[in-house]
Design a protein around this ligand. Sequence first.
Ligand SMILES: Nc1ncnc2c1ncn2[C@@H]1O[C@H](COP(=O)(O)OP(=O)(O)OP(=O)(O)O)[C@@H](O)[C@H]1O
Length: 392
Amino acid sequence: MTGYGARMTPASQIAGLDFAELFQMHAPVSARRIVVAMSGGVDSSVVAALAAASGAETIGVTLQLYDYGAATGRKGACCAGDDIRDARAVADRLGIAHYVFDHESAFREDVVERFADDYMAGRTPIPCIRCNMGPKFTDLFAMARDLGADCLATGHYVRRVIGAAGPELHRALDPARDQSYFLYATTEAQLDFLRFPLGGLPKPEVRRLAEAAGLRNAAKPDSQDICFVPDGDYAKIVRAIRPEADAPGEIVHAATGEVLGTHRGVIHYTVGQRRGLEIGGQAQPLYVVGIEADSRRVLVGPRVMLGVSAARIDETNRIGPVPDGPLTAKVRSLAKPVPVMVDGPLGDGAATTIRFAEPEYGVAPGQAAVIYAGERVVGGGWIAGTTSAIQE
Ligand SMILES: Nc1ncnc2c1ncn2[C@@H]1O[C@H](COP(=O)(O)OP(=O)(O)OP(=O)(O)O)[C@@H](O)[C@H]1O
């Protein structure tokens, strides 16, 4: 690796592992100053350890986003006070500067209130994408630039690969950890400046590095939930922000118009949902096939009514050129990518349509559709509406 040997310092070797080489292998950069987004979790702590070992001046930045710790007593997700303390302790151990910025009000407005409004409008939101678009990349990006950094490194599991037209965003090597779905809205300018040193590493290796570096959070559990919904009870959060969320309404058969029952508020339903409908005695299983927020009607129907042939997507982003070859799309974070055609412009916030080669099930407005060319993220947008496969 040319040039890199010159930057080797004794600290680049920790417990026989070459942290500096790992950083250059997975996040090649010739940086004098690196800002690391430190959540207090093990992943971004290892990124900080790798960056510090690279010989560049490393600065840790933690955003205080939402302090639910006092209310729930839960520890271990991205924004509570304990996490800030963990980030500070790791920075101290590594001998790097560490700053904490209070972003609670911006996070509340851009992420939490939007989350509540989306549910109220009958959508199924993904706040982590809004958070990546707003506080994490836009705000951290500006801070890193203000701090005179040459790059911003995070613990996201995605890969930044240099292609013919510039940096590309690729899925992580470890499919179980891949976070590319949550990062489709990354702009090209952001990607230019970002580094993701963990995208090519399996998680057990990351924990091994954390142990080798003596980081106190090496065994800390992974954060699994939405950070401001630590117990999974998102309805409680929505109700706290929008007390009218519990307004009941009708459950209506989408094909016959028959009223089958009463529901507890549209926020409790998601397109594709089957359980918890409390409309027993039906001849066949019924699923939520649509939510009409204005009239507070939840529409249900047999599985065949869930199949969609196309989805309209809004506020699209594109990263690099759209290739001529085959494309796939993921319409939920855990969905398998399926073959699609993009019918319209992609990027610069344009609205467009994706057409599925086969009917796709459980496509819920408010989720993101992320478009891939093989391993590469080409772009994506928010699902705004769908076309039923049986109407075509
Ligand atoms: N509050 C925060 N302040 C600064 N950066 C953050 C914060 N929360 C998350 N990040 C950055 O975003 C990355 C991905 O966040 P995510 O919530 O997915 O955490 P994660 O994959 O569990 O990683 P970690 O183990 O570092 O918490 C983190 O690795 C970190 O670089």
